[in-house]
Design a protein. Sequence first.
Length: 275
Amino acid sequence: MSSAHTPRRIVSLQPSATVILEAIGQLDRLVACTKYCEAVCPAVARAGIVIVSDSWSASAQEIAQTAPDLVIAAVPYQEKAVTEILKSGARFLGLAPKSLADVYTDIAVISGIFAASDRGHQVVTEMQTEIESVRKRTEGKPRPRVFCEEWGKPIIASQRWVAELIDAAGGEFIGTPGTQTSAEAVLSQNPDVLVMAWCGAADRVPLEKVIPVRQWSNMHAVSQGRVYCIRDEFLNTPAPTLIHGLHALAAAIHPQDFPQPAGLRCITNPVVVDR
């Protein structure tokens, strides 16, 4: 694709798209993004880019005021938000990744739009290489059973790409990725490791309070002190940042083999809740 035909003014309504733009060297085309993009991509804050509503609550007026050539958004959507994006008059690219393969495809699609396919291929290859490197380091080791959640009320299991990362990190994901479950159902599976990465909570999930409220004190993961919070952005942003999540998962699952990275926090003592 000729550079004369590539979009020059981009609005990103999803952190994953912003991270991909940065990874392929196209962040200078970004004219607006969300406050969540700032959290995962510090370069956005330094550049003073306009902040707009996200894929869930998009505003046609906000978008139109930035005069974009292309708006990139991703699930979860509201129908109303999609309507607002279309009303803005800009071209619209919608992403809906579920697996690591989908993430790689999204990187390839976005890099192709900006005539940066070679760089996109390099980014994907680097991700795949690092994932396989971690996988090889866990071969032949015990595989703890891991429950990982992306939301706490209601409890929603993490997405399929997280389950794939847990597999690479030497664990066994329990439950059905991306679906709602209950405290009782998780307790009945008695996981060896608990990971909480709540959307929008960064690394502030109140682990010490959650365990007694859910009556999980006798769970194997809790009794063994293997309850963790991983930064939301590391697991819930389907982009190259997932490699940070992979390293955090590996340290949680096999702490004797992987150093504890930034963004991983272990429980101290559960809070006793009066009933």
